[in-house]
Design a protein around this ligand. Structure first.
Ligand code: PGA
Length: 250
């Protein structure tokens, strides 16, 4: 069976002291959680101190983005080797904020996904439609395109995670209903079944993201094809994030 993965995407939040104090609290609150994976994705500046603080804990460390080259003249970028050096097990790729604000397209995202798997960092490929696309009935078309282009060249043995994040649900407080999310997750699994074997499609974890909070986490995560959550706002406080991880309602 697929193991749940609950990931916190801290986005551009937390100074080093704030980040360290957040993980210190999380370590304590989550020390008895053994049946699911927990991941934190701090900003780059806090990766090293958070890594140090996480020593001896089962909480995974991840990054929010990376460039695909190993090194070179790429001012302002961070490479997969740098992330490996810090024990990052996961990297979020193609978040809608990167697509929209930083104009990342499927081709660039695909290069990053390929580079991540080559370096044995598990990419969390984000896909999802805008409100306009949903209202014009294009959700499946958009998600299928993002998946097929983002995963081009990925093989059966590569490890990756998909995050379905409807853009209209991110940071808006308006989450998709469990049924709405389940429908798209099932569709995503179907697309994965076209690209890979049925077994592989069954094994891949598909996270839901977009206004996940303690009040709605349980109902979302109980759906058959929802294998975890990518949490933004509610991952910034130890109390709300640990409640989501443990399915405790607020
Ligand atoms: P949110 O963000 O939980 O604040 O809606 C989710 C995300 O962008 O990953």
């Amino acid at each position: 069976m697929r193991r749940l993965l609950i990931a916190g995407n801290w986005k551009m939040h937390k100074t080093v002291p704030e980040a360290v104090s957040l993980v210190r609290e999380l370590k304590e609150l989550l020390k008895d959680v053994k049946d699911r994976d927990v991941l934190v994705c701090p900003p780059f500046t806090a990766l090293y101190p958070v890594r140090e603080e996480l020593k001896g804990s089962s909480i995974y460390l991840g990054a929010q983005n990376m460039f695909y080259e190993e090194e070179g003249a790429y001012t302002g970028e961070i490479s997969p080797l740098m992330l490996k050096d810090l024990n990052c097990s996961f990297v979020i790729i193609g978040h809608s904020e990167r697509r929209r604000i930083f104009k990342e397209d499927d081709e660039l995202i695909n290069k990053k996904v390929l580079s991540a798997v080559r370096h044995k960092i598990t990419p969390i490929l984000c896909v999802g439609e805008t409100l306009e696309e949903r209202e014009s009935g294009e959700t499946e078309k958009v998600v299928e395109r993002q998946l097929k282009r983002g995963l081009r060249g990925i093989s059966e043995d590569d490890e990756f995670v998909i995050a379905y994040e409807p853009v209209w649900a991110i940071g808006t407080g308006k989450s998709a209903t469990p049924q709405m999310a389940q429908e798209v997750h099932l569709f995503i699994r179907g697309v994965l079944g076209e690209l890979f074997s049925k077994e592989k499609a069954f094994q891949v974890r598909i996270l839901y993201g977009g206004s996940v909070k303690p009040e709605n986490a349980k109902s979302l995560l109980e759906m058959e094809d929802i294998d975890g959550a990518l949490v933004g706002g509610a991952s910034l406080k130890a109390d709300s994030f640990s409640k989501i991880v443990k399915f405790e309602e607020a």
